[in-house]
Design a protein around this ligand. Structure first.
Ligand SMILES: [Zn+2]
Ligand SMILES: [Zn+2]
Length: 216
């Protein structure tokens, strides 16, 4: 997910397609990357921050919980070792907890959600919120989403899964969180074709797709 507010660009998660996604969208600048959690499909593209390092000659700020940053350090040992190769990515890891923080004057509220047994982060920025890989959300955290107009949440496929919501569970969650517009992401190919599924969803709920742009 790329979020552009004025001339500030923030990316949420850097999966295996990060490089291709940045090229496809013609992204010239990324000011920070927020990590929801340490699973490979959310972090393994981090090596490709190099062009931004070279272009702007500065480290890429990467935000995540202490656990996520530790896992990132372990997975990308060559980035964080003392005698690193000069061309290796330059990443500045910044730990967050459940307290709001700012990037270039933009307020970001972390939302604690559960990915099965694993506590992970979603993020609220103004009237927009992004919650991926969610199985459950406590009432206390759902409170922090009050007034959100545009919500992005995950919906895996049609069968019960230990750490992801099914389509039905995601629809129920969208209805509970009551955003004006909800978009589903992180779908398995078992979800079925966009055309077949999207039309069956209640008003205000849609399947997202690669390259979707929302102006809010
Ligand atoms: Zn995950
Ligand atoms: Zn995932």
């Amino acid at each position: 997910m790329l979020i552009e507010i004025g001339d500030v660009s923030i990316v949420i998660d850097a999966g295996p397609d990060f490089r291709q996604q940045m090229l496809r969208a013609g992204v010239q600048k990324v000011d920070a990357i927020l990590l929801t959690h340490e699973h490979n499909d959310h972090v393994i593209g981090l090596d490709d921050v190099r062009p931004f390092n070279f272009k702007y000659r500065k480290d890429m700020p990467v935000y995540g919980s202490k656990r996520v940053l530790k896992e990132t350090r372990d997975r990308f040992k060559y980035i964080f070792k003392d005698d690193k190769y000069p061309g290796a990515p330059m990443i500045d890891l910044i730990a967050i907890d459940d307290q709001p923080f700012e990037i270039e004057g933009i307020n970001i509220q972390p939302i604690n959600i559960m990915h099965g047994q694993l506590p992970i982060h979603g993020f609220r920025i103004g009237d927009f919120a992004y919650l991926t890989d969610m199985k459950t959300i406590a009432d206390k955290e759902a409170e922090k989403l009050k007034g959100v107009k545009t919500l992005v949440i995950s919906a895996l496929h049609h069968w019960e899964h230990h750490s992801h919501m099914t389509l039905t569970q995601s629809v129920e969650t969208a209805e509970r969180l009551k955003a004006e517009e909800t978009y589903f992401i992180h779908m398995s190919h078992h979800m079925g074709l966009h055309e077949a599924i999207d039309g069956q969803l209640p008003a205000g709920i849609s399947l997202a797709y690669d390259g979707l742009i929302l102006e809010i």
